[in-house]
Design a protein around this ligand. Structure first.
Ligand SMILES: Cc1cc2nc3c(=O)[nH]c(=O)nc-3n(C[C@H](O)[C@H](O)[C@H](O)COP(=O)(O)OP(=O)(O)OC[C@H]3O[C@@H](n4cnc5c(N)ncnc54)[C@H](O)[C@@H]3O)c2cc1C
Length: 378
């Protein structure tokens, strides 16, 4: 009997966890390694919730990927007997003067089979009177979009992976620079060595540290503050029962997720924050960030003016220069794949991306050109 191909996946976040699971399902032997565990508080996949939507502008693969991901989230959560995908709907409010991003999203939503409604400001005002729609021209409502339980989902993927026969080790890869020199195994923090036929490095914002030359200039971690505000007692207008996930495309892109498990009204500004070290960075929100979000909430959701801050979180985006994912073989180490650059929108795609990457790795295929390192030149 031929031995199974052995693949080591480093990083059990949204990208690595799902890739490990689909590699396993495609018949490989898979060892998944993570320094702090799936969806840990330093990881980009940590925290409570992530938005899933198909509105993505023109000329991109992500609308179709979101449609496939939605299907796979449903299949997997059903198989595991869990609720990870909450289809509360997503409302995209168009406030920018130039609405080509939204207009050109529509044909892609149609092609991908994602349900949507184009709503006038009047229709929105009727459905969601708790939103002040000043300066909103129109909107896209995706009834099947919503949010994902982020940290819980990372854990669920690991549990599924273990139940299907995967091997997991909680340890860090300790080599400082994997770009240079020849290596045929990885040194782990528990003193052991891990050797495999192929390696997939899905280390999110840490990729630049492990591969300083290849990835250092292409992955820029930025500090992102997330706020949870308290809603009035007994008032359900700001819970998922009465309000969808929303995104406000104005000069700054602001979005929110209404009450998940009573944690409060989540609001965040997608504008890239300052550079951030995912290992040693102190996770305290900035006073200016809080003021700006609070002013925004008072304007767009007047009943939440002066709402108290219940919780806050600091996460980091791992931005690629063009905000597209990076999925490629290492230019020197041909049995090593680099997987990252989620750029603030990667989480939802986890299962679709894992399924796609597992195919490329096991069938020795080249990745889609959009994701290759060659796009950055040298
Ligand atoms: C505030 C915020 C809001 C977001 N909102 C959305 C959203 O609404 N919708 C959406 O789709 N996406 C969203 N994203 C983006 C999305 O969460 C990320 O793109 C995605 O989670 C990245 O996953 P990853 O697996 O690449 O990285 P990570 O989750 O960071 O996983 C990398 C893993 O590698 C491990 N690791 C690192 N170094 C080593 C080492 N040396 N040895 C072993 N293990 C190591 C880490 O412990 C970590 O678990 C958001 C991100 C943030 C921060």
């Amino acid at each position: 009997m031929q031995a199974k191909t052995h693949i080591a996946v480093i990083g059990a976040g949204a990208f690595g966890g799902w890739t490990a699971l689909y590699l396993l399902r495609r018949g490989a032997r898979v060892t998944l390694v993570d320094a702090w565990g799936p969806g840990n508080s330093r990881a980009s996949s940590g925290g409570e919730t992530r938005v899933i939507r198909g509105t993505y502008g023109p000329n991109q693969p992500y609308t179709k990927m979101a449609a496939r991901a939605t299907q796979l989230w449903k299949e997997n959560e059903k198989g595991w007997g869990l609720k990870l995908l909450h289809q509360t709907g997503v409302l995209w409010m168009v406030t920018a003067g130039d609405d080509h991003f939204e207009r050109e999203s529509l044909p892609l939503l149609r092609e991908a089979g994602i349900a949507y409604q184009e709503l006038s400001a009047q229709e929105m005002a009727k459905r969601w009177p708790q939103i002040n729609l000043e300066a909103v021209h129109w909107g896209i409502y995706e009834p099947e979009g919503g949010f994902l339980a982020a940290r819980c989902a990372c854990r669920a993927v690991l549990d599924g992976f273990l139940a299907e026969g995967g091997e997991y080790r909680q340890a860090a890869v300790t080599q400082g620079d994997l770009d240079s020199g020849k290596w045929d195994s990885l040194s782990l923090s528990d003193g052991s060595k891990l050797s495999a036929d192929q390696y997939v490095f899905a280390c999110g914002p840490w990729l630049g540290k492990l591969f300083p030359e290849t990835m250092g200039g292409h992955i820029r971690p930025t500090k992102q503050d997330v706020f949870f505000f308290g809603t009035p007692a007994g008032d359900d207008r700001f819970t998922a029962a009465r309000l969808p996930v929303w995104a406000d495309h104005r000069e700054r892109f602001v979005y929110g997720i209404p009450g998940n498990q009573g944690r409060g009204f989540k609001v965040a500004d997608d504008t890239r924050g300052p550079g951030f070290d995912p290992t040693s960075g102190e996770r305290t929100i900035s006073a200016e960030g809080l003021k700006s979000v609070r002013d925004y909430v008072a304007f767009r959701f007047p009943a939440l003016k002066d709402a108290p801050l219940l919780e806050s979180r600091v996460c980091q985006y791992e931005n690629s220069p063009d905000n597209n994912f990076i999925i490629d073989r290492h230019p020197e180490h041909k049995n090593a794949w680099l997987l990252g650059g989620g750029s603030g929108h990667g989480f939802k795609h986890g299962p679709a991306l894992g399924e796609m990457v597992a195919g490329w790795v096991l069938e020795h295929k080249d990745p889609d050109v959009l994701f290759r390192l060659a796009r950055f030149g040298k």
